[in-house]
Design a protein around this ligand. Structure first.
Ligand SMILES: [Zn+2]
Length: 320
């Protein structure tokens, strides 16, 4: 799970990890302690190709430089939440379409440059795992990560469904409106095209929305006065409701947990979403929907836990 250029250490209460969440819009980095305390955070715009690895390394060096000497020596590992298909054993990006990477080592070059062990996980798995654990590890739950894109992990009997190919959970590419906007996958009307941050902002711009709106938080804040913003947000909520109901019809999760940056909309998301699901449920049972307290930090916290678990005794899976 990690590349270790030096002997691994045991985690203590003062141990720190560098965590990175490589998203479609930005690469976020943070210094995170045990118990998920974020000590420092920074981000850069996501570049495609191998340049993204250089960006992660530079972000790491900037974060380390910002720490005092006493904290710097406590940094024991690096966790990276990476998009696309990831081989977690070797820390390799097998395929990341949006980043233009194929069979690209991620852990090894970062470990060499930073002199720290590096663990790499799939971004949705890292974020969903953190949200799920934070919610008390419920036996049956659908965990949705709402960000630039939309993805989900469904837990049944306390275990994530990964599927025969390891690619289960592409909630974002479930088609809910075949006449809807074009999705990055080539289909029309996927959940992500309607409810992903990128899809919402593109639709809003295409409808002639205010060019000052560059983020979902702004879009949601304007929905009370801005007819186009209200329309885009409402369509996003309908797409999420239909997507969750489709999963619900097949798997009947006991609850739905929402994290990711779009979930930072809070009750502006939760209240209309629950109402929309009840309106459109038919015979499908509507499970309780909860917002994760981790919100947009879920990927970072997941990456930090990955790093800490790979160096210390706090996880059952710790490699010691
Ligand atoms: Zn799609």
């Amino acid at each position: 799970m990690s590349q270790a250029p030096q002997s691994r250490r045991r985690a203590t209460d003062r141990t720190l990890a560098l965590a990175f969440d490589v998203g479609g819009t930005s690469v976020r980095g943070a210094v995170v302690g045990v118990d998920d305390v974020v000590m420092a955070e920074s981000r850069v715009a996501t570049r495609t190709g191998p340049a993204v690895l250089d960006d992660i390394a530079q972000l790491a060096e900037r974060l380390l430089a910002g720490l005092g000497p006493a904290d710097r020596v406590e940094v024991a590992g690096v966790g990276v939440a990476f998009p696309g298909l990831v081989d977690t054993e070797s820390g390799t990006s097998l395929k990341a379409v949006n980043l233009g990477l194929v069979d690209t080592p991620v852990a090894a070059p970062l470990a060499e440059r930073l002199g720290l062990p590096v663990a790499v996980s799939h971004d949705t798995a890292a974020a969903a795992g953190a949200i799920w654990a934070d919610a008390g590890s419920p036996a049956s739950a659908l965990v949705a990560v709402l960000g630039t894109g939309v993805a989900a992990v469904t837990y049944v009997e306390g275990r994530p469904i990964v599927g025969s190919s390891g690619q289960a959970g592409e909630l974002g590419h479930l088609v809910v409106d075949p006449t809807g906007p074009l999705c990055s996958c080539g289909l029309r009307g996927c959940v992500e095209a309607r409810a992903g941050a990128r899809g919402m902002l593109e639709t809003y711009a295409a409808l002639g929305g205010d060019t000052a709106v560059t983020g979902v938080a702004q879009l949601v804040a304007r929905a009370g006065q801005d007819r186009l913003a209200a329309q885009v947000w409402s369509e996003a909520i309908t797409a999420l409701a239909d997507g969750f109901l489709a999963v619900g019809a097949l798997l009947a999760p006991g609850e739905i947990l929402l994290g990711g940056g779009v979930a930072d909309a809070g009750s502006d998301l939760l209240d209309p979403l629950q109402a929309r699901m009840r309106e459109r449920a038919g015979v499908t049972a509507v499970p309780p929907v909860r917002l994760s307290a981790l919100g947009g930090r879920a990927g970072l916290v997941g990456a930090a836990r990955l790093a800490l678990a790979s160096i210390g005794p706090r996880s059952e899976e710790g490699s010691g």
